[in-house]
Design a binder for this molecule. Structure first.
Ligand code: SAM
Ligand code: DTB
Ligand code: SF4
Length: 326
């Protein structure tokens, strides 16, 4: 920190101010983001997570980007909740692959109470392996959130996906406020929050800024902020959507870093279609977390080989686990 004061964490961001930061000359924006980044992180370390879909497809929600919604014919086959042992095998492989966090996702509107015992077993046993745990299971009641927290769940992922104004263009089976309510239940149960969104769904820059202002005005900030580039899925309403401008994507990452200085900003879905150069820009803009492994939930992710070359080319190293579970 060279004796200078660290940027203060704020929760009173105004849209206009955030828009001005987002819209400044690109070089100035990247410099500001990188300056903030270096106050809180080692700029050459990237946190590594791995995803597993523990219950795939057949989801009653109509999220227009999603391969797992039963409203669209995407060819994804619906499965039942995986056995605990199978999930643990996956966690072992994730650890061998260098991940420090294991994120388990289910295609549900919300978990059924009858599933809670198995989910809690998964959490406590994955945690016992020395991995951080994350789940994303849809909406949670306060009691469900508390059960998962008591089992040792470190993070809960629940994305707001886009701006409040654009939300009903993307999803009609739940509201933006439903999402915020679950986030509050997660917080009150004492878990860390992972919350972000998707770019490339036809939203404007103003929606991207507005989404980040909503996140930055949560107190505390979400500890983890995934920024996904839409993976276009045949059969969904967004299959033919035009790509988001790549530099606007980088600006969004930079703004996330500036508004939420201490949070992990995850370069999430979409890396499969990104060049090394674009990913390098994302890291320069303050992204410091990725998913590794061949697969996200149902779509492709760059494999081990490509990612280790990327890390070598950029002189990056995996971030060691700081908050060791148990
Ligand atoms: N059903 C739960 C829910 O919606 O909260 C958990 C799983 S859901 C697949 C997790 C997140 O993945 C979504 O909120 C969305 O942001 C992201 N996602 C889903 N499909 C995507 C796609 N095709 N491209 C990019 N991100 C996607
Ligand atoms: C998040 O924001 N991105 C991850 C994780 N949270 C659960 C999911 C990405 C899913 C990409 C589409 C798929 O593989 O089906
Ligand atoms: Fe269901 Fe989640 Fe996909 Fe929406 S994003 S359809 S809630 S699995």
């Amino acid at each position: 920190m060279h004796g200078t004061q660290k940027t203060a964490l704020r929760h009173d961001w105004k849209l206009e101010k955030a828009q001005a930061i987002f819209g400044q000359p690109f070089n100035d924006l990247i410099f500001e983001a990188q300056t903030v980044h270096r106050q809180f992180f080692d700029a050459n370390e990237v946190q590594v997570s791995t995803l597993l879909s523990i219950k795939t497809g057949g989801c009653p929600e109509d999220c227009s980007y999603c391969s797992q919604s039963s409203h669209f014919d995407t060819g994804v086959e619906a499965t039942k909740l995986m056995d605990v042992d199978e999930v643990l095998d996956g966690a072992r492989r994730a650890k061998e692959g260098g991940a420090t966090r294991y994120c388990m996702g289910a295609a549900w509107r919300s978990p059924k109470d009858r599933d809670m015992d198995d989910l809690c077993d998964m959490v406590s046993q994955v945690r016992d392996m020395g991995l951080e745990t994350c789940m994303t299971l849809g909406m949670l009641t306060d009691t469900q959130a508390q059960r998962l927290a008591d089992a040792g769940l470190d993070y809960y992922n629940h994305n707001i996906d886009t701006s409040r104004d654009y939300y009903d263009q993307i999803i009609t089976t739940r509201t933006f406020d439903d999402r915020l309510e679950t986030l509050q239940n997660v917080r009150e149960a004492g878990m860390k929050v992972c919350c972000g969104g998707i770019l490339g769904m036809g939203e404007q820059d103003g929606d991207r800024v507005s989404m980040l202002v909503t996140l930055a005005n949560l107190d505390p900030h979400p500890e983890s902020v995934p920024i996904n580039m839409l993976m276009k899925i045949d059969g969904t309403p967004l299959a033919q959507q035009d790509d988001a401008d790549a530099l606007s994507f980088i600006r969004t990452i930079a703004l996330a870093r500036i508004l939420m200085p201490k949070s992990m900003v995850r370069l999430s879905a979409g890396r499969e279609h990104m060049s090394d150069e674009l990913q390098a820009l994302a890291f320069l803009a303050g992204a410091n977390s990725i998913f590794v492994g061949d697969k996200l939930l149902t779509t492709k992710n760059p494999g081990k080989e490509r990612d280790s070359q990327l890390f070598d080319r950029l002189g990056l190293s995996p971030m060691p686990l700081t908050s060791t579970p148990a």
